[in-house]
Write a new protein. Structure first.
Length: 398
């Protein structure tokens, strides 16, 4: 069964404003998500935040149940946070590292993760090693053995980078990492909501994700999943009265479940909105959504390949997802994004400063990024292609 695209479009009021191709940046929430957030803010204004949250206790508990169902893990292994970055660092800084340990990162590493890795490696005297990649930019599973040995304490992976359609062979890399006893942390920011993510099949220790991208949730939401057997061994770098209990004047006890990575205070409305967004996706079917997004991305890549002056920058072989990246001869992607926005077409751009190893190795200062969600219509896509062709023509004429 395909998706009910009519319903998805009718549920997305923001579509009327712009042809929207930036779901990898910050997507348009469906109406039920927006209503959930607004209704809770109104209720807080009527009865105060504590009573309002109490009234929604079941729905708040359901946020973790829904996320657990989405990635196939128990709700108690999920911690809610205010961003994927926070979730990622909560795990990253809790893994114990000693001088001489190695942290392995991939070629497509994201700037936020990269700077934290640099900081921590310096602080503890660890060494950073980069996993080998193939000609397409994917981690080369066959070439991992010389790099992955027992000195590697932590492997930091990104399933789908912010700057290309590439999809990493996570399960195969994680299997090799586990074989040498390394912890595996997966940044699933660009895959969650785009590609079905099954934690057990991937075989990683922890997964971080964000609400506002492909999940179409509110801003300021994210989550961390940590494998249950591992939780009791990890002491978060900061605690409060929710992640731990003050058991006597001189003692505290950490929460036994993933709550040890949460803080008590949070944006309750946004959190309810995140839960609603995950339920919305589960209702549509993550597999169906992925099939639809893949179909669209393939059609856009095919159409772009026909445009003079346009070069698609995604891998042309192996698994690719719904992020489409391109450059236009003689056009600065960041300036092009602004020009397109002024003409009612919203796209993203990724600069080398967010992905130095990948875009740096390809000598690309930046790329334009097209990320179409299921609510995008064929007319939106036609508009996008017309505008991109016009940009290429104008640049070619100089
Ligand atoms: C957006 C993004 C992040 C950061 O997510 P936040 O919710 O903004 O913290 C991390 N990794 C990748 C690959 C991303 O694209």
């Amino acid at each position: 069964m395909g998706l009910d695209l009519e319903r998805v479009r009718a549920d997305t009021p923001g579509r009327a404003e712009t042809a929207f191709f930036d779901s990898a940046g910050s997507s348009l929430p469906p109406h039920p998500v927006l209503e959930t957030v607004l209704a809770h803010l109104r209720r807080e204004a009527q009865v105060g935040g504590y009573r309002a949250a109490g009234e929604r206790a079941d729905d708040l508990a359901d946020v973790k149940i829904a996320l657990g169902a989405l990635i196939g893990v128990p709700p108690a292994s999920v911690a809610l946070s205010d961003s994927a970055t926070r979730a990622w660092s909560d795990f990253f800084y809790a893994v114990s590292l000693r001088a001489g340990d190695r942290i392995a990162v991939s070629h497509i590493d994201y700037a936020t993760n990269a700077v934290a890795t640099l900081q921590r490696a310096r602080a503890v005297g660890a060494e950073i090693v980069v996993l080998p990649s193939d000609a397409q930019g994917r981690t080369d599973v066959e070439a991992l053995d010389p790099v992955l040995d027992e000195r590697v304490a932590l492997v930091s992976l990104v399933q789908v980078p912010t700057q290309s359609g590439l999809v990493e062979p996570i399960a195969a890399i994680a299997a090799k990492a586990r074989a040498v006893g390394a912890r595996v942390l997966l940044d699933a920011c660009q895959s969650i909501g785009q590609i079905p993510v099954d934690a057990a099949a991937l075989g990683v220790d922890a997964i971080s994700g964000t609400g506002r991208k492909w999940l179409r949730g509110p801003r300021g939401t994210g989550f961390l999943h940590v494998r249950e057997e591992l939780l009791s061994t990890l002491e978060p770098r900061s605690l409060d009265l929710h992640s731990a209990q003050w058991t006597s004047t001189d003692t505290y006890e950490l929460a036994l479940d993933a709550r040890r990575f949460e803080t008590w205070e949070c944006d309750v409305a946004a959190r309810l909105g995140l839960g609603r967004a995950v339920r919305y996706l589960l209702d549509l079917g993550p597999e169906q959504v992925f099939a639809e997004l893949s179909r669209r991305a393939a059609a856009i890549r095919e159409a772009l390949a026909e445009l003079p002056g346009v070069t698609v920058r995604d891998p042309d072989d192996g698994p690719v997802g719904a992020i489409v990246t391109l450059t236009i001869d003689g056009v600065d992607p960041v300036a092009a994004r602004a020009e397109l926005a002024a003409r009612g077409v919203t796209v993203g751009a990724s600069s080398a400063s967010s992905a130095r190893r990948d875009l740096g190795a390809r000598a690309l200062p930046a790329v334009l990024r097209i990320s179409a969600h299921a609510f995008v219509t064929d007319e939106d896509t036609d508009r996008l292609l017309i505008e991109l062709a016009a940009l290429a023509r104008r640049a070619g004429a100089h």
